[in-house]
Design a protein around this ligand. Structure first.
Ligand code: SF4
Length: 614
C-alpha cells in the first residue's frame, strides 16, 4: 500500500529515475537474514551523489557481508520533496523503499559545507529528530564522514558521531560493536561511549567546548577520562590489500561522472598550501599496476562501461602511469573501451599520454596555474612556472588541442592587483601563442578562464588567514572580467557569497549548529545550487542567532589560538603547518617529499609510524 503510494508520487516528479533504484549491480537481499541495515546518504541529488567514489566503495564493501545490507538515499529534488511532504510519505531508501527511520544507521557523506542544510532537510523528511540529543533507541544512529568531518563542529548538534579518515576498516568495527550492543539491548548513550573508544570515531556530545571572552575557543575537552583527548584519523595501510569493488552500480540516467572509476592511489605530497585534500589525505599510498590491471578489467566485465577513468588527487604523480596506461590500453582497445586521465598536470609527458588515450577525441585540456604571477605561485607552493605553462600549451596546440581551460583562484593570501594582471597576461599570451602555432588550423581557440575564490580551510598552512571580503572579491572578479574581454575567452567565476559561507562553516565551531538550523527553517537548502541559494536568509539566520559570520571568515588568527578542530588529528602537525605558513609569507617553496627529503609533516607517526620511508 505504502509502496503503491510511492509509485503514485513518482508520476508527478520531473526525474523519477532518481528515486527508482534497481540499477544494474545494485544490491538486493533477503531481509530475514539481515542483522544490520545501513543506508548511505548523500546530501545532494542522485546525479552528483552517484558520481562519488567513496560511497560506491563502502556500499559494496558492506554488502559483501551476509548479515549487513547497505542501501542508498540522495537528497530529493524540490519537486519530490513537495510530493513527500504533501503525501506524508517519509524519505525512503532506493533499494527497498523502506523509510530511513527504520534503519540502524544513516551514514552521510559530507563533501562540502554548502550541503549542511540538505542534511537537516533529509532528516526532517525522514521524520527523524534533527538533534542527536532528541533521538532515542527507536532511531537510527546518524554518522558523518568525508572531508568536512575533519572540522565537524558546525554539525555537532545533529550527528551522533563522525568517522575521521578512511572508512573501509573502521565501518566494520563499528558494525561489529553495534551487533554486540544490540544483543545486549543497551541504551543509545552506552553504544556511543563504546564507539568513542574506536580509533577514528568522534562523538561530539562527549566533548565540552569552553570559550574565551573574545569568542575564541579556550579548550575542547572530553567529558570524562575514558574518552580520548585527540581523535586520530584512520588510514588504510596497503591499498593493494584493501577491498575495492569488482562491480559498480550503473545508473539508468546520466550522472556527472558516468564511467567506471579506478582509484590508482590516495594522498598527495605536492604541498599546495591552500589545499586541504593534500594535507588530510596523506600519506601517499599506491595500488600496483598488476592489481589495477586486474581491477580495471573486472570493472569493465561487470559494468559494460565503455570508459574507465583513473581516479586520484593528481594522476601525473602515479610513478607507473606510463606502464599502467599502456597495459590498460592494450586490454581496452580490443574491447572498445576508452581510458580517461583526469587531474593530469600538463607537461610534455602527460600530453603524450593524453594524446594516446584520446587518439580520436580531442576533448579540452585543463591547466591549473592557480595564481597569475610567479610570486604568488611561490606563496601557495604551486611548483609551476609561466615557462612550463607556455611550453605545455605550445605542445598542446601543436598536437591539435584548441579547447583550453585555465583555472585560477583569487583572494589568495597576499594577492594584489598585479597578480590579477598576471592572470590576464597569461590568457593573452596563450591567445598569441595559438595564433603563431595554428596559422593553418581554421578552428578557433576556445579559452575558458575559470576563477574560484580562496576559502581558508582547517589543517592547511592558510588556516590562520582571513578571507577577502565579499565586496573585494566582487571587485576583483569585475577587474578580471574587463581585462579578459576577448572573443576567444569565456570567463567564469564562483559567487563570492557562496565562498563566504564556505569560509564561515569550514572554520566554524559548534555554536554554528543553531545557524544551520535557523537557515534551514527559513527555507535554505541546495545552497550550492545558485537558483536555490538564499543569501539573505542566511544573513538573517546569523542575526537571529546573535552570531557574526565575519568573526569566522575575516579574522586573522594567531598561532596560539585554539581552533575548534584542534582535537581532530589528521596526522599533520601544527608545527609543520606553522612552518609552511611562515615560508608562504616569505614566498619560499617546499619541495614535494616524494622527490626530495621528508619535510616533517608528521604523518609518518600515524598508526604507530608505519609510513614514509624517510
Ligand atoms: S612524513 Fe615526510 S615523507 Fe611522509 S608525507 Fe610527510 S613530509 Fe612527506
Amino acid at each position: 500500500m505504502y509502496k503503491d503510494r510511492i509509485e503514485k508520487i513518482l508520476e508527478n516528479v520531473e526525474k523519477p529515475v532518481r528515486y527508482l533504484g534497481n540499477e544494474w549491480n545494485s544490491v538486493h537481499k533477503d531481509l530475514d537474514k539481515i542483522e544490520v541495515r545501513f543506508v548511505f546518504a548523500f546530501p545532494d541529488v542522485y546525479e552528483i551523489g552517484m558520481s562519488h567514489l567513496g560511497i560506491k566503495i563502502l556500499y559494496h564493501l558492506l554488502n559483501e557481508k551476509d548479515d549487513i545490507f547497505a542501501e542508498r538515499v540522495f537528497a530529493p529534488w524540490v519537486d519530490m520533496e513537495r510530493e513527500l511532504r504533501e503525501s506524508g510519505i517519509p524519505l525512503f531508501s532506493l533499494e527497498t523503499r523502506e523509510p530511513l527511520k527504520n534503519f540502524d544507521f544513516i551514514g552521510f557523506t559530507l563533501q562540502y559545507e554548502l550541503s549542511y542544510t540538505n542534511v537537516l532537510n533529509m532528516l526532517d523528511l525522514a521524520q527523524i529528530p534533527l538533534l542527536s540529543a532528541e533521538r532515542d533507541e527507536n532511531h537510527p544512529f546518524i554518522i558523518g564522514g568525508g572531508p568536512c568531518a575533519f572540522n565537524p563542529e558546525p554539525l555537532a548538534d545533529f550527528f551522533d558521531f563522525f568517522v575521521i579518515g578512511e572508512g573501509e576498516e573502521v565501518i566494520l568495527e563499528i558494525l561489529d560493536l553495534y551487533k554486540t550492543w544490540k544483543k545486549g539491548k543497551g541504551d543509545r548513550r552506552q553504544f556511543l561511549r563504546q564507539a568513542a573508544g574506536i580509533r577514528g570515531i568522534y562523538v561530539p556530545h562527549l566533548y565540552e567546548v569552553l570559550y574565551n571572552e573574545d569568542g575564541t575557543v579556550r579548550q575542547v575537552k572530553p567529558v570524562s577520562s575514558d574518552i580520548p583527548w585527540k581523535i586520530e584519523k584512520r588510514i588504510i595501510e596497503d591499498l593493494d590489500k584493501v577491498y575495492y569493488p569488482k562491480k559498480l552500480i550503473v545508473p539508468f540516467m546520466n550522472i556527472i561522472h558516468d564511467r567506471a572509476m579506478l582509484e590508482i592511489f590516495r594522498g598527495c605530497t605536492r604541498g599546495c598550501r591552500f589545499c586541504q585534500a593534500g594535507m588530510i589525505y596523506r600519506p601517499v599510498r599506491e595500488r600496483s599496476v598488476e592489481v589495477l590491471k586486474r581491477l580495471g578489467n573486472e570493472l569493465v566485465d561487470n559494468t559494460g562501461y565503455e570508459e574507465v577513468s583513473l581516479a586520484s588527487l593528481s594522476t601525473s604523480d602515479y610513478p607507473y602511469l606510463e606502464e599502467l596506461t599502456q597495459a590498460l590500453l592494450d586490454d581496452f582497445r580490443k574491447r572498445g573501451v576508452s581510458l580517461s586521465l583526469p587531474s593530469l598536470r600538463i607537461d610534455s609527458f602527460s600530453l603524450k599520454l593524453a594524446q594516446q588515450v584520446q587518439e580520436v577525441r580531442k576533448s579540452g585540456l585543463t591547466f591549473a596555474p592557480e595564481a597569475g604571477t610567479q610570486r604568488l605561485r611561490d606563496v601557495i607552493n604551486k611548483g609551476v612556472t609561466e615557462r612550463d605553462l607556455l611550453e605545455s600549451a605550445a605542445d598542446a596546440f601543436k598536437l591539435g588541442w584548441h579547447n583550453i581551460k585555465l583555472y585560477f583562484m583569487i583572494g589568495l593570501p597576499t594577492e594584489t592587483y598585479d597578480d590579477l594582471d598576471g592572470i590576464i597576461e597569461i590568457a593573452f599570451k596563450l591567445i598569441d601563442l595559438y595564433k603563431d602555432i595554428s596559422r593553418a588550423d581554421r578552428r578557433k581557440l576556445r579559452l575558458t578562464v575559470s576563477v574560484s575564490s580562496f576559502v581558508p580551510k582547517p589543517f592547511t598552512p592558510f588556516q590562520w588567514e582571513p578571507q577577502f571580503t565579499i565586496d573585494e572579491l566582487k571587485k576583483r572578479q569585475e577587474y578580471l572580467k574587463k581585462g579578459l574581454k576577448h572573443r576567444a575567452v569565456s570567463f567564469s567565476w564562483h559567487e563570492s557569497e557562496l565562498s563566504f559561507l564556505e569560509a564561515v562553516f569550514a572554520r566554524g565551531d559548534r555554536r554554528l549548529s543553531k545557524v544551520v538550523y535557523k537557515a534551514w527553517l527559513k527555507g535554505c537548502k541546495f545552497d550550492s545550487w545558485s537558483e536555490h541559494f538564499k543569501f539573505f536568509h542566511w544573513m538573517e539566520a546569523f542575526k537571529d542567532c546573535g552570531i557574526r559570520p565575519e568573526f569566522y571568515a575575516y579574522r586573522i588568527r594567531g598561532y596560539d589560538e585554539v581552533f575548534p578542530w584542534d582535537h581532530i588529528y589528521p596526522g599533520i602537525s601544527k608545527e609543520f603547518l606553522i612552518r609552511e605558513h611562515k615560508k608562504a609569507l616569505k614566498g619560499n617553496l617546499t619541495p614535494d617529499c616524494r622527490i626530495g627529503h621528508c619535510t616533517g609533516c608528521g604523518v609518518n607517526k600515524l598508526q604507530g609510524g608505519k609510513y614514509c620511508a624517510d
